[in-house]
Write a protein that binds this ligand. Sequence first.
Ligand code: ZN
Ligand code: ZN
Length: 265
Amino acid sequence: MHDRNNCRNYFIDTHAHLTDKKFDSDRENVLKRAKNCDVRKIFCVLSDFTERDIKIFEEILKDEDVFGIAGVHPHEAKSFKETENKLKRILENKKIVALGEIGLDFYYMNSPQDIQVKVFQKQLDFAVKRNLPVVLHIRNAYSQAKEILKKCGGKFLLHSFSGDFSDIEFFQKRNFYFSFSGILTFKNAGNLREIAKEIPLGRVLFETDCPYLAPQKYRGKRNEPAFVKEVYRTFAEIKGMEIEELKKTVLKNTENFFNLKFASG
Ligand SMILES: [Zn+2]
Ligand SMILES: [Zn+2]
């Protein structure tokens, strides 16, 4: 079935919270299931800096197909003092290929706005110093984030993009990447599907954000990397393109954003 040209066509989940307790009972099987469903690369996000999470994270990173993303989430900005050194230490792990998810979340407002802004800026400096691309979590704070980001160089990915039409141009001009999650498949996400139409193909990545945001087909269930297929399927439909073509493009985009080169075959 697989000819030579097809061997680099597979699914990728660029945002999975695999250290979450919801995976404690079957983490290994979750990874196996992903591989069986042709989800061949997974990017695991560390945002809880407990001893337990760090241990699981480092263990998962030993898998050659799993890469790491680590950063202090805007929800946790208020405890940055306690986590700063842990973050610096963990960033020394060579399997960590991006800083994130960092940013601003003025929807839940789990940390005060001014602290979120300070911690965001501090971590942006970390990324510059280490030459790492940045995975952004921005919710209900796009105008504030744009103010900060327009002064920054570097490579950025808007994870689970939830901006509007006016944001696309700003980010597109600055070489940002856009990542879509299971939200794209939700019945009530017509607006996001309209926005997805406008995003240039060369800037698109996909994710699950599991265990959250299970796609429509699995809604209410725990999400996992194997389900990222549904996001690809929906996006291919929106763009009116073949899924194999989309896989190939997204693989290239993922390599470009994370500065990786996956082996072929
Ligand atoms: Zn997020
Ligand atoms: Zn996340």
